[in-house]
Design a protein around this ligand. Structure first.
Ligand SMILES: [Zn+2]
Length: 483
């Protein structure tokens, strides 16, 4: 008996030592980077140029064929006027009608080129929300230290910052070692086939592949992760898949006085409830582990202990993490019932009832697995119709020249922040470049809080002058600090 007690005590001591040892050796991955010296940014000028870009209403709505293309054409000539050195030096092509492709030729042809991607189009302003804007959404007002308007954050800042950086460096007579390409699509917000899709095909047809691609995606967030005071630069290494699935049940119709046990509406209600209840399983994926390895060491002792020992506390971690919405979205394919329809009168049995469910597919699952899951949970009586289905992207490596280039530029411009790889929840153009690059990162170089995040695709979208400056500096770092 005593013998077993001794063994147990020894086991507990060994376990505690291992847990503590792992916690103490769970070290920060941050490091300091000296920014490029002597850079002076004309922030007010850049703000004016961003303001002008925002005033051109390059809106794509639900039906891209209905989009007003005049502002897109004006946008192209606006950039020509605003960045004369860029347009005098770089090769430029117009692709797919309104997308732009620039090539800045480097000194050394043996080096693989780099691609910066962004998009020209913006989402519409939701009807009846215009009056909630402090400044009209396409005014591009420069006020109170911000440029206001649709597209400031998503993502005209990325285009303006890239061109400001290149214009600045050209005036310094700088030429990069490798070729840099800049590709600005015009239909990202509608997942169109005319913008980045064509740009990517063009690269393929010319046999061009890239060292790394940088597109929009994460940004530097403050206060977004509980237990972490430090700003976090979330660099997307992949993106979730997307599916809108319509479920339809059919019934017999007729008067409601002698109904069957389940009407079409009831059957749909049951299926929807079942799908909400039986969610796709939560998983601490290798990608999430990678992210936690970056942010974990920045946390207080308690959280650090748990994150350093997921082999032991994984179950507990999943439970806690899944209780927050962003945490849950990182752990699994999410299920969101967004639309319900059925019946036309209170006393008539519906002949048809339907629901639309939006799923964001985790990178380790496929569209087919999702459809199988829906079939298994919703039952045989329900018709399942994918309205849209995009598979998750590939995942780019963290231990790579491209990630390191982005990380170094982050540390040069956002001292004190910690970089962390993550999975982007929304779709971007980045995925279109998978055929021409295996290192694809998604990051927008500005620092905002959760409230500002809601302004993206929302009301009162704006960017601070401070962030405009950071964004330009970030691209100067990337252009001068080559992998
Ligand atoms: Zn965007």
């Amino acid at each position: 008996m005593e013998y077993w007690i001794y063994l147990l005590v020894i086991a507990v001591i060994v376990l505690a030592a291992v847990v503590l040892g792992r916690t103490l050796t769970f070290r920060t991955r941050r490091y300091a980077v000296e920014p490029v010296a002597g850079v002076e940014i004309d922030v007010d000028g850049a703000a004016e140029r961003l303001s002008g870009a925002v005033q051109l209403q390059t809106v794509t709505g639900a039906d891209p064929s209905q989009a007003d293309r005049a502002p897109f054409a004006q946008f192209i000539s606006y950039l020509e006027r605003s960045y004369p050195a860029v347009h005098a030096t770089l090769e430029r092509e117009i692709v797919g009608g309104y997308s732009l492709l620039y090539r800045w030729k480097g000194r050394d042809e043996s080096l693989k080129p780099v691609l910066f991607s962004a998009h020209i189009d913006v989402v519409p302003v939701e009807e009846d929300t215009e009056q909630e804007w402090l400044y009209p959404p396409f005014s591009g007002a420069v006020a109170g230290g911000f440029v206001w308007g649709r597209g400031t954050l998503d993502v005209k800042i990325q285009i303006i910052a890239i061109l400001e950086a290149v214009e600045y460096l050209l005036k310094q007579n700088f030429t990069p070692a490798r070729d840099f390409y800049f590709a600005f699509g015009h239909d990202e917000e509608v997942r169109g086939d005319e913008g980045a899709t064509r740009l990517s095909e063009l690269f393929r047809s010319r046999g061009i592949s890239f060292e790394y691609v940088l597109d929009e995606g994460g940004c530097v967030t403050v206060g977004g992760i509980s237990g972490l005071d430090r700003p976090v630069a979330l660099v997307g290494i992949g993106e979730k898949g997307y599916a809108d699935i319509r479920l339809t049940a059919t019934g017999e119709g007729g008067h409601a006085s002698m109904p069957p046990r389940h009407t079409a509406a009831g059957i749909i209600g049951g299926a929807v409830a079942a799908l909400e209840k039986r969610q796709r399983p939560a998983r601490i994926s290798p990608f999430l582990k990678e992210m936690l390895a970056y942010i974990g060491p920045e946390m207080g002792f308690g959280k650090r202990l748990i994150l350093a020992n997921l082999w032991l506390f994984g179950g507990l971690f999943k439970l806690v993490f899944a209780s927050s919405r962003p945490g849950n979205a990182l752990l699994r394919t999410t299920t969101a019932v967004t639309m319900l329809e059925g019946g036309s009168r209170p006393n008539v049995l519906p002949q048809k009832a339907s629901a639309v469910i939006n799923f964001r597919i985790a990178p380790w699952e496929s569209g087919q697995e999702l459809l199988d899951h829906i079939r298994a949970v919703a039952g045989e009586k329900i018709a399942i119709e994918p309205l849209q289905l995009y598979e998750p992207s590939r995942i780019s490596p963290v231990n790579s020249s491209g990630f390191k280039a982005v990380e170094e530029a982050v540390y040069a411009v956002f001292p004190g922040a910690v970089t962390a790889p993550y999975i982007v929840m929304a779709g971007t153009d980045a995925v279109k470049y998978e055929p021409v690059c295996s290192q694809i990162y998604r990051f927008s170089p500005f620092q905002i809080n959760a409230a500002d995040l809601d302004r993206i695709h929302g009301t009162n979208e704006r960017i601070s002058l401070e962030n405009i400056e950071r964004a330009i500096r970030f691209f100067i770092e990337l252009l001068k600090r080559e992998p």
